[in-house]
Design a protein around this ligand. Structure first.
Ligand SMILES: *Cc1c(COP(=O)(O)O)cnc(C)c1O
Length: 369
């Protein structure tokens, strides 16, 4: 029985093992940078970061300056990269964390210097079309400016793939070739420069993308970057989302459950109310479109997902379900990938959506931390 209304149980040992398993794929001396942005994809950033480092990651990355500050405040040390764009105020905070930052304009390098310097990674946009410069010469100029500024260390050169998770597309190879053509000669001029391009999908897809460092996020949590079956890929899902059966009552034919009467019983049945909802990050788009596990059996979520509750159809006999039984929304045999598919989204969004109202309980293979 769940001690809490809604709870995300996160197995840090699974994250450790996933990182170790992913490192085993890395070519040559490539190292692993664990991406723990968005509160570790909803798993809790400090715990995820510590688990990743224990599993052999040597770098960490986040998206925002605030995330870097919070990780440092939690006592997490080691090389840390802020991947995202930074306003002047955010740049201050990122450098103070301290964390490495990403540059693609000379003016940004000057802003780093004006703040007393720091470590910079230059980003070439090889086709993502988001951050970075598309012009390899401009990127080289930015690298040169960083390398010659006395207080700045030119630490890395990077890019990001747009289609690494789409098998059989040619664009990935084009991006890889553009990056290699720019970054390999740059590293010859700047020995020690860390080249990095791959995300989780690229890591698993093509060892040519590994270079010196791989930035792996989703896969370290045991989520499949290809939206198929994480377990079949030897990844262990680290997060379980649990609630419990708070009410059980008969629902006669013609009676309904939930807002808008989106479920009306066709025959006499029994309804269980599980007190978790979109206020916890369980999408309202799962209305009449999900299953939960109670006692190892799947029961259909019926009616509207409301802010604080969902209803389950236990069937006429009540399915042997009792008050207080645990009800699982994400668990072994009920993956985040399945929920994502029902929602027409990706597993990343499913775990990131969990709100602060859901406590994260970290454990190591069931033992409390
Ligand atoms: C989020 C992010 C990653 C990690 O991607 P995954 O698909 O989760 O492995 C890597 N690099 C950049 C620039 C990112 O923003």
């Amino acid at each position: 029985m769940s001690p809490l209304r809604a709870l995300a149980r996160v197995n840090v040992a699974a994250i450790e093992r996933n990182v170790a398993r992913l490192r085993g794929e890395l070519r040559g001396g490539s190292e692993l940078c664990a991406v723990v942005k968005a509160d570790g994809y909803g798993h809790g950033a400090p715990a995820a970061a510590r688990a990743a480092l224990a599993g052999g990651a040597t770098w960490l990355a986040v998206a925002t300056a605030d995330e870097a500050t919070q990780l440092r405040a939690a006592g997490v040390d080691g090389p840390l990269l802020v991947l995202g764009a930074l306003s002047p105020e955010e740049l201050d905070a990122a450098l103070r964390a301290p964390a490495d930052v990403v540059a693609w304009r000379e003016a940004f390098v000057e802003a780093v210097a004006a703040r007393g310097g720091g470590r910079v990674h230059v980003k070439l946009d090889t086709g993502m079309g988001r951050l970075g410069t598309r012009d390899p010469d401009e990127a080289t100029g930015v690298a040169q400016a960083a390398a010659t500024a006395p207080t700045i260390e030119l630490a890395g050169a990077m890019t990001h793939f747009a289609t690494a998770d789409e098998r059989g597309d040619d664009f990935f190879g084009e991006q890889l070739a553009r990056f290699a053509a720019w970054a390999l000669p740059l590293r010859e001029r700047h020995p020690g420069l860390i080249l990095h391009a791959a995300n989780s999908a690229a890591l698993l897809r093509d060892a040519d993308s590994h270079f010196d460092l791989v930035r792996a996020g989703v896969a370290i949590y045991g989520l499949d970057p290809f939206q198929e079956d994480a377990v079949a890929r030897d990844l262990e899902p680290a997060l379980e989302l649990a609630s419990y059966v708070a009410a059980i009552k008969p629902c006669a034919a013609g009676e309904s459950a939930g807002y808008g009467r989106r479920f009306v019983a066709e025959a006499d049945t029994v309804i269980a109310t599980v007190p978790i909802g979109y206020g916890d990050g369980v999408s309202r788009a799962l209305t009449n479109n999900a299953e939960l596990l109670v006692g190892g059996r799947r029961f259909a979520l019926v009616g509207t997902v409301s802010m604080d509750n969902v209803a389950l159809d236990l069937g006429a006999g009540g399915g042997g379900v009792r008050h207080g039984d645990e009800a699982l929304l994400i668990a072994e045999g009920l993956s985040a990938e399945e929920m994502a598919q029902r929602l027409g989204t990706i597993n990343y969004e499913v775990t990131c959506a969990l709100t602060a109202r859901v406590p994260r309980e970290h454990h190591r293979d069931g033992a409390p931390l």
